[in-house]
Design a protein around this ligand. Sequence first.
Ligand SMILES: Cc1cc2nc3c(=O)[nH]c(=O)nc-3n(C[C@H](O)[C@H](O)[C@H](O)COP(=O)(O)OP(=O)(O)OC[C@H]3O[C@@H](n4cnc5c(N)ncnc54)[C@H](O)[C@@H]3O)c2cc1C
Length: 393
Amino acid sequence: MDFEFSDAEKRFVEEVDEFIEENRDPEVMNVTRENMAQLVDTPGRRAFMKKIGERGWLGMTWPRDYGGSEGSGIYEHLLNERLASVGAPQIGKGVGIIGKTIIRHGSEKLKREFLPKILRNEIEFAIGYSEPQAGSDAAAMALKATRDGDGWRLNGQKIFTTSAHFAEWYWVGARTDFAAPKHAGISLFLVKMDDRGLTVHRMPTIGDEITNQVFFDDVYVGNDYLVGELNKGFQYISEALDLERFTMFTFSPIEKRVELLCEYVSTEERDGRPLREDPLVRRTIAQLVTHTEVARMLGFRFLAASMKGGAPPTCEASEYKLYATELSRRIADASMDVAGPGSQLRVHTEDAPMKGRAESTYRYTVIDTIGGGASEIQKNIIARRKLGLPKNF
Ligand SMILES: Cc1cc2nc3c(=O)[nH]c(=O)nc-3n(C[C@H](O)[C@H](O)[C@H](O)COP(=O)(O)OP(=O)(O)OC[C@H]3O[C@@H](n4cnc5c(N)ncnc54)[C@H](O)[C@@H]3O)c2cc1C
C-alpha cells in the first residue's frame, strides 16, 4: 500500500503553509487551546476563515452546483491538519457537518440560503443534540416540537452546546413524534440564535473553554427550516456524527504533543542523568511514537473508506476517534509522569517543563474522549457493527 501523498497534494500543503505564514497571529493560532482551537469564535478567527473562503478552500469537496470544486476529500483533510498543527481554526462544522448534510438532504431553499454563506464564512453554527437525559443515548432527546400553523413550537432544554454563546444559527434535533420508536421521531431544524425564546447559560469546562445550556421557551420555527424529511433527523445526525468523529479530532496536534515530549526528553536531566538514558522513559517514548503511527493509519483508513462515496464510514470513524482521543490522554499522562511535579504548573509558565503544555493538554484531552460520543459508545459501535457482537443493554 502506498501512503505517500501525490505531488499535487504536497504542493497544496506547501501552499497552505505559505498562507499560514502570511497570516501568522498569536490570537488566531494558539496551540494551547488544544482541540478547541478549531472554533471560529473571535473576530480575528472569523477574518482568517474568511480569507480561507476567498482562496476557495471551504468548498473543496462540495459539488460545483453549490459553489464547490468537487475535489477529493484528501485536500480538506490536509488543509485541516495543517491548520490544526498551528492551533488555527478549522473547517469542520459549517462546511463538513451542516453544509454536507444540507447538500445531501436539505431543500432548495436551505441550500440557497445557507450554502453560499458557509462558503464565504459569514455564518457560525452551534450544534444541539445533547440534553440532560440524552447524551450517549442521543436518540432519547425530548426537546418538544409541536405543530403550529406552518411551523413548529420548540420547548425544552439542550446541554453542552458548544458555540451557542457566539453562533448565529442553531442546528438542533427535536422530537416531532412522541408515539414513534425513539429513533424514528426526531427531526432536525435550523433556528436563529437571537430568537427571543432562547436563553443561553454559559458552562465553563475543565479545559478553559465555554460550552452552554440552552433553554427553549415557545421558539417558533417555520416548516421551511426543517432539514430534510420529517422524523428522519436521527439518520442525518448519525451520518453527521461519523463525519464529526473524524474531522473534529485532528491528528496533527497528537503528533506535535509527542514531538514536544521527545524534545523535552532529549534535552533534560533528572538527578544528574539525561532523561533519554532512563530505560522507562525510553520505553514510554517508543510506545507513544508507535501508537501515534497507529492513529495516523486509522485516520487514513477513514479517509480511504470515505472517499469511496456515500455516507461517512461509521466503524472507521469510531475506531479513529476512540484510538486518537484515548492516545491523547495517554500522551498527557506520560508527559506529566516524565516531567514530574513541575508539569502541574499552569500553561504559559515560562520555566515550567514544556512551558506548562502538559498541564493544559491533561485538562483538555479529557473533553475529547467525551464530546462527539464517549469512548464507551465508540467501543459499543465497533463491537456491534464491526464484530457483530450482540447488543447488551
Ligand atoms: C466540552 C464538551 C462539548 C460538547 N459539545 C457538544 C455540542 O456542541 N453539541 C452537543 O450536542 N453535545 C455536545 N457535547 C455533549 C457530548 O456529546 C456528551 O457529553 C456525550 O455524548 C456524553 O453524554 P453525557 O455527558 O450525557 O454522559 P452520559 O451519556 O450520561 O454517560 C456517562 C458515562 O456513561 C457511559 N455510558 C453511557 N451509556 C453507555 C452504554 N450504553 N454503554 C457503556 N457506557 C455507557 C459513558 O461513556 C460515560 O462514560 C459536549 C460535551 C463536552 C464535554
